[in-house]
Design a binder for this molecule. Sequence first.
Ligand code: ADP
Length: 257
Amino acid sequence: LAERIALPPRPDELHTLATAINGLLERIEQAVEREKQFTADASHELHTPLAVLKGTLEVLVRKPRTAPEYVESITLSIREIDRLTHLVDQLLLLARFDDSGMLSLRRQELSVLSSVHDVLHRLRADLGAKRIRVDVQDHATQAVVSDPFMVDLILDNVVSNAVKYSPAGATIVIELADVAGGLRCTIADAGIGIRADDLSRIFDPLYRSDALAHKHIGGTGLGLSIVAKACALLGIQLSVDSTLGQGTVFTLLFPAK
Ligand code: ADP
């Protein structure tokens, strides 16, 4: 840990400077601490499923191919590899956000409504499986200038979460409206909601609420941290409002052209 600068007795300019430097040192230490914690958590997330996979395959290799659990174990292993691949893809994307030189944005005029429909089209199997209805209300007249890949990534994560954390048969409302300063897109679900304590932490990498209702729902805890970074990069204001047991509303404010 860095040494703090001893404060001079009189509150003069030197005193102000020393206080500012001490504050800066504290922020750097907190950032290093967060980085260490993230690396430890990410290693754990990668290591645990790999150990399970190795164990499963070691048992399987000693069994005859005709054993009844053979196909089932291999199917489960493939699913676990898919989950790991997704996790690694998300970690790489997050790393690219931290090294902004690796990301080149391509801003162009785009329709948020079309992006919403693209996302819903990709999610149609999940929507069908849970019988979830999506009500898209378009009151906006403006196009926005942004990066289409990033906008797709943002909407995909937020809408996928709305589907994932909603009960079967629920309705999700996506509304687009012109407001002062730009175009507002709200994604409202009537799902499990987020505890007030968790609200400030859901954008932290790898953070997942440990609320009971949520234990059986799979995820990496990386989606919203990617969303937050993409929004910051594009000047999109992101906010969330939620009531536990009632539902969640994510709001994206795209700046006017
Ligand atoms: P995950 O892969 O766990 O969904 P995210 O980063 O996308 O990761 O979200 C972080 C956490 O925020 C989730 O684990 C969940 O606790 C909470 N969350 C996000 N979206 C919603 C939602 N629409 N309804 C309820 N909880 C949500």
